[in-house]
Design a binder for this molecule. Structure first.
Ligand code: ADP
Ligand code: ADP
Length: 227
């Protein structure tokens, strides 16, 4: 079953065709990598899928439900998605657990904390629940942002360059924590990256993008074997 699907999405800024008829489908428990050089339209496509941008052509749907098409636009909060960005700022005046519980309004306080702790466990940060964000490393903050995205239990998680601000061992650590948390949650995920190694190591399915178009989609190994 498909959770979220882009069909022939097009997005134009003035004379720049940022996304030129791109199609993608996200499935439960499957991590899709969207790989391509800087400026090829990856971020714009993610933003169209997330509902952060309207589309100028094509459509985004969740099964029977039409989310985006020319003249149709369901905003992000009306979509069943969680978002993680490279420099996703945490709320500095809320603790780690409160950050993760943010967005679970309407539920009893004890239940919100319980759900936050479950997600923090998944990113291996339960021991930091009562810390302030400023006391965390960049890699830890990124993991908290993922826990926050998971907390509302969305059908899909969309991550835009989630590892690009990180170097060396920290990058490996965040990549592994992200992967294991997404696997444990069984979510459909889309990871946008310009880094081939990140894409190889995280994706079940890899979409290669260039100049607004998706050139091919397949298992990561297939994508890198030249015919
Ligand atoms: P990527 O994520 O692959 O680096 P982007 O989706 O950010 O690529 O950008 C694709 C193209 O669209 C680039 O040429 C970029 O300059 C342009 N672009 C993206 N967003 C805007 C915008 N808001 N206004 C004008 N041009 C944009
Ligand atoms: P990314 O590659 O992740 O989109 P950018 O720094 O390129 O990161 O873009 C950050 C913001 O600037 C986004 O909202 C994007 O739509 C906008 N943007 C990107 N390129 C342009 C551009 N050429 N003109 C205007 N806005 C742009």
């Amino acid at each position: 079953s498909v959770v979220l699907e882009a069909r022939g999405v097009r997005r134009v800024y003035g004379r720049t065709v940022a996304v030129d008829g791109a199609s993608l489908s996200l499935e439960p428990g499957r991590i899709t990598g969207l790989l391509g050089p800087s400026g090829c339209g990856k971020s714009t496509l993610l933003r169209c899928v997330a509902g952060l941008e309207p589309v100028d052509g094509g459509e985004v749907r969740a099964g029977e439900r039409l989310l985006s098409a020319p003249g149709v636009h369901v905003p992000p909060e009306g979509r069943d998605v969680g978002l993680v960005f490279q420099d996703y700022a945490l709320f500095p005046h809320l603790t780690v657990a409160e950050n993760v519980a943010f967005g679970l309004s309407g539920r009893p306080k004890a239940e919100r904390r319980e759900r936050a702790l479950v997600q923090l466990e998944r990113v291996r940060l339960a021991h930091r629940a009562d810390a302030w964000p400023s006391a965390l490393s960049g890699g830890e903050q990124q993991r908290v942002a993922l826990a926050r995205a998971l907390a509302r239990d969305p059908a899909a998680i969309l991550l835009d360059e989630p590892f690009s601000g990180l170097d060396g061992p920290l990058r490996t650590e965040v990549r592994e924590a992200t992967l294991s948390a997404l696997r444990a949650a069984g979510k459909a995920a889309l990871i946008v990256t310009h880094d081939a190694e990140d894409a190889m190591l995280t994706s079940d399915s890899l979409a290669l993008m260039e100049a607004g178009k998706i050139l091919q989609t397949g298992a990561p190994r297939e994508c890198f074997l030249e015919p």
